[in-house]
Write a protein that binds this ligand. Structure first.
Ligand SMILES: Cc1cc2nc3c(=O)[nH]c(=O)nc-3n(C[C@H](O)[C@H](O)[C@H](O)COP(=O)(O)O)c2cc1C
Length: 181
């Protein structure tokens, strides 16, 4: 699969770096994707909606459509960044109580590539439910960019490095180059 002209959903969660999601929009464009931002309700407090709509030329989606609204175009691939403790745990359990989680739940079932860039501190990352969520999602084929060489959790109340946004697109390119089973 090449990315040219394909729709990439960027699922943004409620964590500090959500305010920098414009960086990922720009990188996605450079890789040939058409970015569509999907925000969790919590993420709306962190992002500049009008600016992102101007950047992407598309409305930000953050809620399920009404039954009489047309279906949006389906994603060809999905990136979740920054991915919160909350969304990762709910995603692993198949909870779909936000539009973003609904997109993720269906994407895995449809075999659409999903890449997750977590942004959690070490207190949250060390919790058993989180570690189990990461393992379960990986078992289902979701790429979680967590660990050495990817996102490494920062200490609680400590300084956090900027997220390695570019790794999400490198990972998608790697997945796309793999022959489909
Ligand atoms: C200022 C602020 C920063 C936050 N940073 C993080 C974070 O880095 N990681 C995280 O997992 N949650 C963080 N949270 C908590 C989430 O916003 C909260 O769990 C929320 O329910 C996440 O919802 P979502 O997963 O639907 O986006 C932060 C909250 C606030 C108010």
């Amino acid at each position: 699969m090449t990315s040219a002209g394909k729709v990439l959903y960027l699922v943004v969660c409620g964590a500090g770096p959500a305010g920098e999601i414009g960086t990922l929009v720009g990188l996605a464009r450079q890789h040939g994707w058409i970015p569509q931002v999907v925000a969790t309700p919590a993420a709306l407090a962190f992002i500049d909606v009008p600016e992102l709509e101007r950047l992407t030329g598309r409305p930000i989606r953050s809620r399920y459509r009404s039954p009489d609204e047309p279906k949006p175009p389906r994603a060809d691939a999905v990136i979740v960044a920054p991915a919160t403790f909350n969304t990762i745990n709910k995603f692993a359990q198949g909870i779909a109580d936000t539009y973003a989680l609904g997109v993720l739940a269906e994407a895995v079932g449809l075999g659409i590539p999903v890449v997750v860039l977590p942004f959690v501190n070490s207190a949250l990352a060390g919790r058993l439910p989180f570690r189990q969520s990461v393992d379960r999602l990986r078992e289902e084929g979701v790429s979680i960019l967590l660990g050495p060489g990817a996102f490494e959790p920062h200490p609680p109340n400590g300084e956090a490095a900027p997220p390695p946004w570019h790794l999400t697109l490198t990972e998608l390119a790697r997945l796309s180059a793999k022959p489909h089973k």
